[in-house]
Design a protein around this ligand. Sequence first.
Ligand code: SF4
Length: 401
Amino acid sequence: MKTIGIYIHIPFCRSKCDYCDFCSYAGRDELAQDYQNAVIRHVKEFAPRLAGYYVDTVYFGGGTPTHYGASRLIALFDALKSHLKVLRTAEVTLEANPESVDVNELYRLRRAGFNRLSLGVQSLDDITLKRVGRIHTAEEALDAIDRVRESGFDNLSLDLIYGLPGQSREEWAETLNRALRTTPEHISAYGLTIEENTPLWRLRNSQDIPNDDAQADMYLYAADTIADAGYQQYEISNFAMRGKESKHNLKYWRLNEYCGFGCSASSYLGGMRYTYLRDPKEYIKAVNSGAGITIAEETETLTPYENAAEYIMLGMRTNYGVSREEYELVYRGGFAPLEQMLESYIKMGFAQKRDNRYSFTAKGFLLSNRLIGELLDAQAERKFQVGTPWRESDYYGTLFN
Ligand code: SF4
């Protein structure tokens, strides 16, 4: 039987951070109970389609699941367990923010089977936190880490952001080193991206935001420092102690199947990718009207060519990388043009080849957007050469869909 990851989206937060463009809402908590009922109904109605799968990862993301409350989260997890085949060994992750970490609630969650917690720390500098609208202090974040440990979670991930307004390299180093001293099992370090329609976008010209060079410097510092502390970088922005990689997130990068529930949740199932309605009220209304999978806002069926492009794009984000064998066997495309590029990246120090797999070095990860773009161009050129293994129907799928 196949395995699958389940994602549950919780769109509620206590307040909205200035840089956030996730599907999350502050001040809409009155929708929480209707939302809960809708997600449970959705899981129940969708379950027959997942009858052939064992669930080996579950991820409650948001938003701020801990703001939603332990009782609702446990009830949701119980619903998953009663309608789907959730393995006892499943990795069950919960996202949390420091202001909503309550030790009693964490105890209950841990006892109910949640076994991994991802905490949004972002910075350990009070002025920086305030500048981007975070509502907790550095001290509260460190206290939250203690409470997470006290309640029995032995698999903790910390989310950090570099390149925040007014942040210097020294301040980033201080945040990183204080975070490392708490010995989390996993660290995600993301560069700030300023998205349109966020308060930070409107303020971007009046804020002292580190430029690309400064961000690159902070990234390389983080990659070196975290590696020196004994973690392995297994994805562009993710680092883990041995065996503590996020199994759920690896599914996204390895093109494994996953199924989402809740507003804005995405799925990749049976070769189809789709994303549900973003607005929680619309999502509740659609589920209650019995609309089922048609509540998807976006749906696409990937052609073999697009699948091969995704394989390159996502595989090269990880240290597992890509291989000729997988590419040619699974995606039936010629790997030679890609191999030429990858060999040239090895000479430039951007890539490495281990066990017949190509992956980027830390220096390559830094330039990954550009390098992956070049690889996709090489793949596209190959596609239009006469006599390549791609089928004609693949071209049409890509050109006209
Ligand atoms: S806590 Fe997270 S999800 Fe909520 S507004 Fe802030 S960044 Fe967005």
